[in-house]
Design a protein around this ligand. Structure first.
Ligand SMILES: [Zn+2]
Length: 333
């Protein structure tokens, strides 16, 4: 049986090699078998069970993950000579089917939602170091919806409320639609939003969070500390922060609806990972999610405009406290 597992597994080695992440696991190879360290973000149960169940179940689970369709799985297994193996793997398939279904469901449709534009003409150089002074660049205000097959509706950022901060004047806002109204056009009600991952607490990303009563707000710990604390000290760095938003975040925390994230490369929700390093604010973060076919990275202000992505340049001065870190974050794969 060990050989069967090994041969089945090797067929799919390349998926692991390429960082295939749909099912979110890490594993280590130990001679003839493989041990999951973490499986599907199910928490302790599945991982512990697999360790206890030993190598055969583990091997078969690997196989199971690689076939998107159980019927296909059975057909392929049936074509193998050993009836015993077939019976065993069928049993394993039935046992692990719920986990498989869950793993499949941790993928998302990803929507970018524009909720405001601007009547002011901006140029590349205003947003990216080295950008053209005369090259016009359109500026849009966006947030993102991750619509999960697992039932979660996650926002990355939440837009802003109207007439709230002086920056709106600067941008000459045009075509504003309140973020909850924009979502309603897509059939998503405010109460349907389960989570908001805040890339950073600037006014145009955070103010709309108050519109979603059932959402947990996810924020980097260092960003939170700077936002509610040091930013408001003498000479504190608070550009783009709104005092009303600070109060809102503190209220969310008091209500148990704020979840702080401690640093880089964290799996915070099924199928969703966040990264830091750009330092657009104290510790801004960006988001990686799978849509079932590929990984999608939502950069938010960690890349302001495509010029920075194309030329690997930092933003214009003020866009980060760590220009090198900002570029390194863009380069990460
Ligand atoms: Zn920003």
């Amino acid at each position: 049986m060990g050989a069967l597992i090994r041969s089945l597994f090797e067929d799919y080695w390349h998926y692991f090699d390429k960082g295939y992440t749909l099912c979110h696991y890490t594993f280590i190879g130990l001679a003839d078998f493989f041990v999951f360290i973490r499986v599907f973000n199910f928490g302790g149960f599945c991982a512990n069970y697999l360790r206890a169940a030993g190598t055969l179940s583990i091997g078969c689970t690997l196989v199971l993950l690689k076939y998107p369709n159980p019927a296909t799985m059975l057909r392929i297994l049936a074509s193998r000579k050993s009836v015993k193996s077939f019976a065993f793997v069928t049993a394993a398939l039935l046992f692990f089917a719920p986990f498989w279904v869950q793993a499949q469901s941790d993928t998302y449709e990803v929507f970018a939602i524009k909720f405001a534009g601007t009547d002011k003409q901006f140029y590349e150089a205003e947003w990216a170091t080295g950008g053209g002074k005369d090259v016009p660049v359109p500026i849009s205000f966006m947030f993102w919806l991750l619509k999960g097959k697992n039932g979660r509706n996650i926002l990355v950022d939440a837009g802003f409320m109207p007439e709230k901060v002086k920056e709106e004047e600067f941008f000459k806002l045009a075509g504003y639609i309140r973020p909850d109204s924009a979502l309603l056009k897509m059939g998503v009600k405010p109460g349907d939003i389960s989570d908001i991952i805040l890339s950073h607490p600037h006014w145009d990303h955070l103010g709309g969070a108050a519109l979603f009563p059932n959402a947990t707000l996810w924020m980097q710990e260092h960003d939170f500390e700077g936002f509610v604390g040091t930013a408001w000290q003498k000479d504190g760095r608070r550009g783009g922060f709104a005092q009303g938003d600070v109060r809102m975040v503190i209220d969310l925390n008091l209500a148990g609806k704020l979840s702080l994230i401690a640093g880089d490369n964290k799996d915070i929700l099924p199928g969703v990972t966040v990264f830091t390093g750009s330092k657009h604010t104290y510790d801004s973060q960006y988001v990686m999610v799978s849509n079932g076919k590929e990984k999608v990275v939502i950069a938010s202000d960690n890349i302001w405009i495509y010029y920075s992505l194309d030329h690997l340049t930092p933003p214009s001065p003020g866009g980060t406290t760590d220009p090198q870190g900002y570029v390194e974050a863009i380069k990460r794969r």
